[in-house]
Design a protein around this ligand. Structure first.
Ligand code: PGA
Length: 242
């Protein structure tokens, strides 16, 4: 595992963006696994800047997002469909038909999960999966518990996850209670994983996930079993690493 610590947000964003754009420059048909949340915003901004300079094209790239809320409209500003358009899709030459996000409004959510897994299967292994980590150690919306799912599934969000995401909504009551998420099996099948972590409030969980016991009670700890993980930490989240 390659753990890199950065003094500034900008340096971290630059490193994350250049790993992703570098992959796409050498493999224009790359399959990217994308994440949402506060953590990757600055990385997407740098990717868009690189694209605008003409240094990378996404026209043959395929993307799969990790997750989506259940029960808020696609055009709700906090849906992950809206987030991806706002931060990346509307600003680069990705072909809409090559971008994939689970549909949290599908009439049959189980069928939607199966459809998403079929698409993933057809695309082959994800070349690079971008990940954040939740305060409780979740990756995607794979919440801690006695067992984890391999494939895409419906998840009931833990209260701490809803609290953490309430900052994006008017109130906690508006935060959806359920989501669809890619499973840990799919995440761990990616050829490379890029875990990005920011902030003092994540210092303990990222340290526990990467150095503590491997347990379903901390889904990110399973990343220790993966052969190709790059971790980008800011100085605050990396406080407990030498
Ligand atoms: P955040 O979320 O980037 O908004 O902190 C990360 C996560 O919950 O995986």
């Amino acid at each position: 595992m390659n753990i890199l610590k950065f003094r500034s947000d900008e340096e971290l964003n630059e490193a994350g963006a250049s790993i992703i754009t570098g992959l796409v420059q050498t493999n224009p048909k790359a399959v990217l696994g994308l994440a949402t949340g506060g953590t990757p915003v600055g990385i997407y901004r740098r990717i868009v800047e690189t694209y605008r300079k003409g240094m990378v094209s996404f026209k043959s790239v395929t993307t799969f997002n990790l997750d989506e809320y259940v029960g808020i409209p696609k055009d709700h500003p906090e849906s992950y469909h809206s987030y991806m358009k706002r931060h990346l899709f509307d600003h680069v030459d990705l072909q809409p038909e090559n971008t994939h996000i689970p549909d949290g409004n599908a009439p049959d959510l189980e069928a939607e999960c199966a459809r998403y897994d079929r698409l993933l299967e057809k695309a082959g292994r994800i070349d690079l999966q971008l990940l954040g980590i939740g305060h409780n150690g979740h990756i995607g919306f794979n919440e801690p518990g006695g067992a984890l799912c391999g494939g895409t599934h419906v998840v009931r969000l833990r209260e701490e996850t809803r609290q953490a995401n309430a900052r994006f909504f008017n109130s906690i009551d508006e935060v959806p209670t359920h989501a669809l998420t890619m499973g840990v099996g799919t995440i761990l099948k990616a050829k490379m994983i890029l875990l990005v972590v920011r902030g003092a409030d994540k210092a303990e969980i990222v340290h526990r996930a990467l150095t503590g016991p491997i347990t379903t009670e901390c889904p990110a700890s399973l990343l220790q079993t993966h052969a190709n993980v790059v971790v980008l930490l800011d100085s605050e989240s990396g406080r407990l690493f030498p």
